[in-house]
Ligand binder design. Structure first.
Ligand code: NAD
Length: 281
């Protein structure tokens, strides 16, 4: 696939910024939309900084070219030309569904929707659109410019043709996919949110400090990051939203969010993105 395809990105938070940067770095034109002017401004500043940083390691990255290929908007102007949309808004089903209602008004029929979500099942999102066979889950990994893999989800109606188009598109930006069937939390987060939540209970109960828990995961299991470092990287608000989705979807108390996580989110301690979570940044 040539990089003449236009990529619409919805949501300019942690994931949207990374997705926009990755596609632009590989030569695609990107339009990024967010309802928040502040998020757009921050994204513009942080993407420029991140591309300049990447170019220090990889001399083939053209900083000015990459940045100039991304346009920022608080409307959906330009989305009528998008061949693919990657949606990365807040992990909340109602918010996500409202975004697809907007996309349906502007996107051409051939446009494929890629749903970037931690836990929300894809089938329901596909079902409210006029193109349920062209809707697929793509759970990008954070930080997107550095992670060459995405867990991908076949919704009830997702066609094989859509899966192949998405696979080809992502190969063009160096991302490999593994496609699984639809299920809340898919494979990765059904498992990882249980151990991140349990790690928080251990801190809450005073069994061990965050650093000790992460150290055990790194030293004993050779994980690159421990569960609490991972939660801070994801964003504690997003982890809480995801646990709530899992709890409601499975109606199973094993996904009941740790009270400490709820208090930290209420206190604005969201991890890396706010400067403090289980660690200070
Ligand atoms: P975030 O909170 O950093 O960003 C979400 C953005 O969505 C915000 O900028 C917000 O202004 C915007 N938004 C909210 N409502 C909107 C609307 N109606 N229209 C347009 N924009 C809207 O969240 P994030 O971490 O970037 O997560 C985005 C999605 O990606 C979530 O579904 C999350 O579960 C998933 N995800 C997150 C990670 C991670 O590590 N953070 C990893 C994989 C997938």
């Amino acid at each position: 696939m040539g990089n003449n395809k236009i990529i619409g990105v919805v949501g300019a938070g942690v994931m949207g910024k990374g997705v926009a940067q990755r596609f632009a770095q590989y030569g695609f034109n990107v339009i990024i939309h967010d309802i928040s002017e502040k998020a757009l401004k921050t994204a513009k500043r942080e993407i420029s900084r991140a591309v300049a940083f990447s170019a220090m390691m990889n001399k083939s990255i053209d900083v000015d070219g990459t940045v100039s290929r991304i346009s920022f908007t608080n409307s959906y102007e330009g989305f009528e030309n998008a061949d693919f949309v990657v949606e990365n808004v807040t992990e909340n089903e109602e918010i996500k569904l409202s975004v697809y209602q907007e996309l349906e008004k502007v996107c051409k029929d051939e446009c494929i929707y890629m749903v970037n979500t931690s836990c929300i099942p894809i089938t329901k999102i596909g079902s409210i659109t006029s193109r349920k066979e062209k809707v697929m889950g793509v759970h990008f990994m954070n930080p997107v410019p550095m992670k060459n893999f995405a867990e991908s989800i076949r919704g009830w109606y997702t066609s094989e043709e859509t899966i192949e188009s998405v696979r080809t598109l992502l190969e063009a930006v160096g991302i490999e996919i593994e496609v699984v069937n639809d299920s809340a939390g898919f494979v990765s987060n059904r498992i990882s949110h249980l151990y991140m939540n349990e790690a928080m209970y251990l801190v809450y109960e005073g069994v061990a400090e965050a650093k000790q828990i992460d150290n055990i995961f790194k030293k004993a299991f050779a994980h690159k990051m421990g569960p609490l470092e991972t939660a801070d990287l994801i964003g504690l608000d997003t982890v809480l939203d995801s646990l709530e989705v899992l709890y409601h979807q499975y109606e199973d108390s094993k996904y009941r969010a740790c009270p400490l996580l709820k208090r930290m989110v209420e206190a604005g301690l969201l991890g890396r993105k706010s400067g403090e979570g289980f660690y200070k940044y």
